[in-house]
Design a protein around this ligand. Structure first.
Ligand SMILES: Nc1ncnc2c1ncn2[C@@H]1O[C@H](COP(=O)(O)OP(=O)(O)OP(=O)(O)O)[C@@H](O)[C@H]1O
Ligand SMILES: [Mg+2]
Length: 318
């Protein structure tokens, strides 16, 4: 099972930079085969933790093990198992994507040319790989970065805010690539983000950090059930939201939104039955029903805000 397949283990990690105690007793375990989201508001300590995990910063106190190798004692063995992108991946702009990968492959001692094609296919960059990087879009550079990080077949892939600057299509494609790498190839993929809505679709579990402290680690299911308690909210687009709300208000809590849609809460215990009852009632009563959708993201975002103690109106950075 996943639990026995610990790839990244962080215990009691503390870090001070300058005079500031940035990380306080961070504990975290990530497994092979999962996409783990490292989630926290700006200034929470995500990049600092990741830099330490990929060997760019020293540990002050605590232990980190990668595939069982203690980073402080067996640095090279530990790092042989890590691929990562922290901040912008280093690329030579005047070289093509492929030449960049060859360069990096030499550096990491990867001799098999076929591996380059493999990673390029994996990130779906084959049709542009022989163009100069200076002609790449941000999303393409990001893919090249992931390809580069995967060249030496690391068991742990760590990406700091990989979706920054990507458009929704780019985010979806990256998400599919990362899930594939985790679920099909058994890699432990750790991605950081400050957006719960992104993590929701990408990750199997998330660890939440705020002000340099771990708040907890949760499976996506756990978070979802925390988010809506006993009710799920649906937005229904009809030809007459006010009348529809009147019709249904005896049976379900509902209201009309600013966009003039019907917003209705149903019990999650028998959510599917209730929503199909609502739809049938509306149609049988002569309403036109255009779209029905569940509002999940916003609520998960609320749980995140609640957990990180970042209450509305307090936009202070940690
Ligand atoms: N070299 C440094 N010297 C002093 N303080 C630092 C240094 N680097 C980071 N910090 C501080 O450490 C804290 C955590 O920073 P970090 O970059 O790890 O946060 P983050 O979670 O990655 O945030 P973001 O979402 O904005 O990327 C911040 O308060 C930051 O100002
Ligand atoms: Mg950061």
């Amino acid at each position: 099972m996943l639990e026995n397949n610990v790839i990244l283990s962080i215990k009691g990690l503390n870090k001070t930079l300058g005079k500031k105690h940035i990380l306080h007793d961070i504990d975290m375990e990530c497994y092979g085969g999962e996409v783990f989201g490292f989630l926290g508001p700006n200034g929470a300590g995500k990049t600092t933790t990741i830099k330490i995990a990929v060997g760019l910063l020293n540990i002050d106190e605590g232990t980190i093990e990668i595939c069982g190798y203690d980073v402080s004692k067996k640095f090279e063995q530990a790092m042989a198992n890590v691929g990562g992108i922290v901040e912008n991946p280093e690329m030579y702009k005047y070289l093509t994507g492929r030449e960049n990968l060859r360069q990096y492959a030499r550096m990491r001692g990867v001799e098999d040319e076929k591996r380059i094609d493999e990673v390029v296919n994996l990130v779906k960059l084959s049709n542009r790989i022989d163009e100069k990087v200076s002609k790449y879009s941000l999303g393409m550079r990001q893919r090249l970065g992931v390809a580069q990080a995967l060249l030496h077949k690391p068991k742990l892939l760590v990406l700091d805010e990989p979706t920054n600057g990507l458009d929704p299509q780019g985010i979806k494609e990256l998400r599919d690539v990362l899930k594939h790498i985790a679920h099909n190839d058994g890699v432990c993929v750790v991605v950081s983000s400050h957006l719960m809505s992104e993590m929701e679709l990408m990750c199997d579990r998330v660890g939440i950090i705020a002000n340099g402290k771990m708040i907890g680690t949760y499976s996506m299911e756990e978070l979802t059930s925390r988010s809506n308690g006993s009710a799920a909210e649906y937005i229904i687009e009809t030809d007459n939201a006010a009348k529809a709300s009147e019709l249904l208000s005896e049976l379900f809590p509902c209201r009309v939104s600013e966009n003039n849609d019907l917003v209705i809460s149903v019990n999650i215990e028998n959510e599917r039955e209730e929503i199909s009852r609502i739809n049938a009632k509306l149609i049988n009563s002569g309403f036109k029903l255009y779209t029905v959708h569940r509002t999940e993201n916003k609520k998960l975002e609320d749980v995140f805000i609640e957990l990180t103690g970042n209450k509305e109106g307090d936009g202070q950075i940690g």
